[in-house]
Write a protein that binds this ligand. Structure first.
Ligand code: C5P
Length: 227
């Protein structure tokens, strides 16, 4: 299991200060919508200047018509990131088109599909998808696997079931992790490291429990020790 640190701070300066503090550690960095919209490719270059070995997960959750998603995925190829994601609810055809379009590139990032956002409660999810989270997440994962993606973003609670219906090598990345019982914030389905390990999760994403702590390095090291 690997740790992916969410860079969700309000300014680029604060994100870079956080990265500087944890630069000795073997972790992935997650660049999300706020940071990428505000700081763009320049931010990715700054990260690599601090430590070129950092792996970058570009968390933009693409969701559009198939051709537009494939165009965007092709633009992502030029950024040199190691992983990016798209929404499974965009449909199997869109996911396939993305994979087809990037198939010609020699060095390809991992591509994951978002199943159910971890901020959804069961009721909220029902309202949008008219189905329960677990069964819909399984179906999304099956589609993503058949479309040739490398894995899915899901909650830790769905990971083992998803691997069962796809394959053990189909990756799961799980946000909503509160390693040591920290405040859940807006996340509804939170899990700790032990649960994530039992569910055979490949990547845990941790944001607030790290960057809101006064000693982020200590939290990162504590998580890595537990992993
Ligand atoms: O601060 P916290 O640990 O809750 O951060 C979780 C991160 O994972 C945020 O950047 C959020 O956007 C992202 N994420 C999520 N649920 C998903 C996909 C991504 O919480 N399904």
């Amino acid at each position: 299991m690997e740790l992916c640190v969410a860079l969700d701070l309000p300014t680029q300066k604060e994100n870079l200060e956080l990265i500087e503090k944890i630069k000795s550690e073997n972790v992935w960095l997650k660049v999300g919508l706020r940071a990428y919209i505000r700081d763009g490719e320049e931010f990715l270059i700054e990260i690599k200047k601090i430590n070129p070995n950092f792996k970058i997960f570009l968390d933009l959750k693409l969701y559009d018509i198939p051709n537009t998603m494939a165009d965007a995925a092709e633009s992502i190829m030029g950024l040199g990131v190691d992983m990016f994601n798209i929404h499974a609810s965009a449909g199997k055809r869109a996911m396939k088109e993305v994979m087809d379009r990037i198939s010609k590139y020699e060095s390809k990032p991992l591509v994951l599909a978002v199943t159910a956002l971890t901020s959804f409660s069961e009721d909220e999810f029902q309202e949008v998808y008219n189905e329960n989270i677990a069964s819909k997440a399984d179906k999304f994962a099956k589609d993503a696997n058949e479309a040739g993606l490398n894995g899915v973003v899901c909650s830790a609670f769905e990971s083992a079931s998803i691997k069962n219906i796809t394959s053990s090598s189909f990756m799961t990345l799980t946000p909503g992790i509160r390693p040591f019982g920290e405040d859940a914030g807006d996340q509804k389905r939170v899990a700790d490291i032990k649960l994530a390990k039992n569910e055979n999760v490949d990547f845990i994403v941790v944001g607030r429990p790290i960057y809101k702590n006064e000693n982020p390095l200590k939290v990162v090291q504590k998580i890595l020790t537990q992993i």
